[in-house]
Design a protein around this ligand. Structure first.
Ligand code: PEP
Ligand code: MG
Length: 849
């Protein structure tokens, strides 16, 4: 077919193509719908005759270069009724609405009436006049609003209204009708609003639109006529089920319209079904749908029309479902041999898995947002607002779900966090206390919601829009997307079914980077084991003291006046630690467990409120005023850069001695003759090789002492956390003293940017909004800066010691994109919160495929 206007560069004679099995039709040039229709044609399905217009042709039409429309019409029967539908490269990018019933004129109306009956022909003509007037000629919709859709009078009124509004009669030339439809659709795509909308969905600025012109199966007329959609799967559950809708005497998407009295598809005791009305067409439809699923290698929704009992397939659209449906559909397609396991793995978004691990707000439920923050820990929960940990515990004792609302959290709040259903904080970022603990507990958490007002004294929370919420009011924390909602919307439960396990087993067979879990308590370790983590990559031992009863002993130790007092506190801590480690080793039997020596940012352990100060005063037998003074004395201007990690270990060496002893005694307790435990002991916040040397000497001495006392031997592996820029740069020298290096990307990000992990939340959303940061670097690893330090660290570390194990244990390990950066940098494994282990396993497989 030739163009009427001179051809422009990039436009070829293939710009207008009849869809046949061999026609040169491709998604990137003609759009997804055109390509899909060709696939259906190749399967020999009863697809009405269709012509595809390429992106180039449609661009030309928008610029007033109309292809030869007479020739286009010549591809169809002389009085065929046509429709034009959009065909963008990605169906998600939208496009102008379809225009149906093109080509009906006063002349063809008569012949159509003979074919399908006067009433049906008149109804179609009237619909066309209406749609053409509003969508194509852009006339005032109100002028057509009251006009009857049925009957000769309605038609006459519609034609008259058209003539009056347009100041010319309704076009009676089929070529004029079609070219005007094409023109209006092509121009709609170029409009600013449409452009902004599709770019928001990820479409490139130059995204093209194709159009398909299709002969219509009418859906109205004698015998059983109608239209509908059918698919072989339920898109909410992903389970096999014939679902869809059908409406007699309808066309387009009328069967899907809200409130449409559509029929059942399969025979159903509740009423008539398509199977009853047109049994042959129904069984044909089922076999076509099954064939499309098999050959197009996806669950497909078939759009169909029935004309006097005869079936036509108008389109096929890939079914997109909920996250749980996506997993089940992918696994079933692979199990049915339709796609490979690798393809199944690539079809599931890793983040979608985390939705399955937690309760979520039902996607269908109405949402009433009252605030936003950083989505720090996924899942959703509703409950009554409480403003303190004590109230959270009281609430839990009454079996009343509650949401703990705090400015930020500290170790004192851990009990409250255990008792709460979710946590909301005003301050903090992805690696602040609330976020890390929330993720560890699998507790929904939103932090840094600083556009809401937190009046903790008055026990009030002000929504971003000014609404007032008081203690006891019910709100919902949606930690999956960082929103706070008023009330308690419907939820969908977490679901770990066989498909989930199957998919992850396939992922494990593909991936080439290990995934361990950050687990601090036996409960965390059990979760890690359940999610098939390859071991524990980071046990933050200071977190073991967040439990009731232990925090005070920990504080006594921190507050001890001299070695004697400290020893007394340490003697109390030793058996607790030994018991914890023994249990961790037992739960993780056969897998490595990496224990990090104390790294307490001291401020996290100091009491901040009066109750905490009094409790400590009682425990220490001191006056509250003295305790308060000591707390003030110990306060640091920059606690995250102060007496932390190995610095505390070197200045108060008895702490690490006690921990090493607890680890080694637990090693002997948990070891079996045929399965000895080989603990990994890790030193935090190192910045110079000398720190490692000193700690190593002391730990070796403790190991030797335990061996002598018990008369038994064991080995252990010593590792260093690389989380200061200096440690990255000196990784070769540090590696000389270590069996493994584990990079702490939380602190490394903090120190590389000079950005406090606890305070960044305050301006992070502004920074991301302004495009200063592409993403929160505590969430998505910074490939350029922090990533460069990692690459340097890996290269130098390997140079310093051959065969050394390299890993990441910052929160980034559970973020799919960050995991890709770690894999590229050559790490052996990542370690992340237990609940993110499945996400990391799938993401790792996708990078390897
Ligand atoms: C880190 O800094 O990345 C890390 C894992 O340690 P923490 O978060 O406990 O400081
Ligand atoms: Mg750290």
């Amino acid at each position: 077919m030739e163009d009427a206007a001179p051809q422009q560069p990039g436009e070829t004679s293939r710009d207008v193509t009849l869809i046949t099995p061999t026609a040169p039709v491709q998604s990137p040039t003609h759009g997804g719908r055109a390509k899909c229709l060709q696939r259906l044609v190749r399967l020999d399905l009863p697809v009405p005759r269709t012509v595809a217009l390429s992106f180039g042709a449609v661009k030309g039409i928008a610029a007033e270069r109309m292809p030869d429309v007479e020739a286009l019409l010549g591809e169809f029967a002389p009085d065929a009724v046509l429709c034009v539908r959009p065909s963008s490269e990605d169906p998600d990018w939208g496009g102008p609405g379809a225009v149906l019933n093109i080509g009906i004129t006063d002349d063809t109306h008569a012949s159509l009436a003979e074919q399908i009956g006067r009433a049906a022909a008149t109804a179609l003509y009237t619909r066309f006049v209406h749609a053409y007037a509003v969508d194509v000629a852009r006339l005032d919709a109100d002028a057509f609003a009251g006009i009857e859709a049925e009957g000769e009078e309605g038609l006459a009124a519609a034609l008259a209204a058209y003539e009056e509004e347009a100041e010319e009669p309704f076009p009676q030339d089929r070529a004029v009708q079609l070219s005007q439809v094409l023109r209006s659709m092509a121009r709609a795509w170029e409009g600013t609003t449409a452009r902004i909308l599709r770019q928001a969905k990820g479409a490139p600025a130059d995204a093209g639109l194709g159009l398909v012109v299709q002969e219509m199966a009418l859906g109205l007329g004698h015998g059983e006529c109608g239209s509908g959609v059918l698919q072989l799967v339920n898109q909410s559950t992903g389970l096999p089920q014939i679902t869809g809708r059908y409406l007699s005497q309808s066309q387009g998407r009328e069967a899907l319209a809200k409130g449409a009295a559509s029929l059942y598809l399969e025979r159903d005791p509740r009423g008539p079904s398509l199977e009853d009305l047109a049994p042959e067409a129904f069984s044909e439809l089922l076999s076509h749908a099954a064939l499309a699923r098999k050959r197009l290698r996806a669950e497909m929704q078939m759009e169909f029309t029935i004309e006097n009992g005869r079936l036509f397939i108008l389109d096929g659209v890939v079914v997109t479902g909920t996250s749980r449906a996506a997993v089940r559909m992918a696994v079933r397609l692979a199990e049915d041999g339709i796609i490979t396991r690798q393809e199944a793995l690539m079809r599931v978004e890793p983040r979608a898995l985390s939705e399955l691990l937690h309760r979520q707000v039902d996607p269908e439920a109405a949402r009433d947002p009252i605030g936003r923050g950083i989505a720090a820990s996924p899942g959703a929960a509703s409950g009554r607002i409480v403003f303190s940990s004590a109230e959270a515990q009281a609430s839990a004792a009454r079996n009343e779900p509650c949401i703990l609302v705090r400015r930020e959290t500290s170790p004192e709040d851990v009990r409250g966090m255990h008792a709460a259903s979710a946590v909301l904080t005003e301050r903090g970022g992805m690696t602040s206390h609330a976020a890390v603990i929330g993720r560890g507990l699998g507790l929904p958490c939103v932090v840094g919601a600083n556009r809401m007002r937190f009046h903790l004294r008055r026990r009030e929370l002000l929504a971003e829009d000014g609404r007032l919420f008081r203690e006891g009011d019910i709100i919902t924390v949606d930690g999956t997307n960082g929103t706070i909602l008023s009330g308690a919307p419907a939820m969908v439960e977490a679901l770990l079914d066989d498909s989930f396990q199957t998919l992850l087993a396939w992922a494990d067979a593909e991936r080439d980077i290990g995934v361990r879990a950050n687990a601090d308590t036996p409960a965390d370790a059990q979760t890690a084991r359940n999610f098939a983590a390859g071991g524990i990559g980071l046990c933050r031992t200071e977190h073991m003291f967040f439990e009731p009863g232990r925090l005070t002993v920990m504080r006594e130790m921190i507050f001890a006046d001299g070695p004697e007092d400290r020893r007394a506190a340490l003697d109390q801590l030793l058996p607790m630690q030994r018991a914890d480690f023994t249990e961790l080793f037992r739960i993780m039997t056969g897998l490595p467990v990496c224990i990090r020596l104390f790294d307490p940012p001291l401020h996290e352990f100091l009491p901040t409120d009066r109750a905490g100060l009094r409790e400590l005063a009682e425990a220490l037998g001191m006056a509250v005023s003295d305790v308060t003074r000591r707390v003030e004395q110990m306060g640091e201007y920059n606690p995250m850069l102060g007496m932390r990690g190995v610095r505390l270990g070197l200045t108060v060496p008895e702490i690490y001695d006690m921990q090493a002893r607890a680890i080694f005694e637990a090693t002997l307790e948990a070891s079996r003759e045929d399965d000895p435990v080989v603990p990994e002991v890790m030193i935090p916040l190192v910045s110079t090789p000398r720190e490692v040397e000193i700690v190593k000497t002391r730990i070796d001495a403790v190991a030797a002492a335990v061996k002598t006392e018990r008369g038994r031997d064991f080995t252990y592996r010593l590792g260093v956390m690389v989380e200061t820029p200096r440690a990255c740069l000196l990784a070769d020298q540090i590696a000389a003293h270590a069996h493994f290096l584990s990079f702490g990307t939380n602190d490394l990000t903090q120190m590389t940017y000079g950005l406090s992990r606890d305070d960044a939340g305050r301006f992070m959303s502004d920074y991301v909004g302004m495009g200063v940061f592409e993403e929160d670097p505590f969430h998505l690893l910074d490939r350029e800066g922090v990533g460069e330090l990692l690459r340097i660290g890996v290269a130098r570390g390997r140079r310093g010691r051959k065969g050394i194990t390299m890993s990441i244990c910052g929160e980034h390990g559970g973020n799919p994109e960050s995991l890709g950066i770690c894999r590229d940098a050559g790490f052996d494994y990542v370690s992340c919160s237990p609940f993110r282990v499945p996400v990391a396993r799938l993401a790792a497989a996708q990078f390897a495929i």
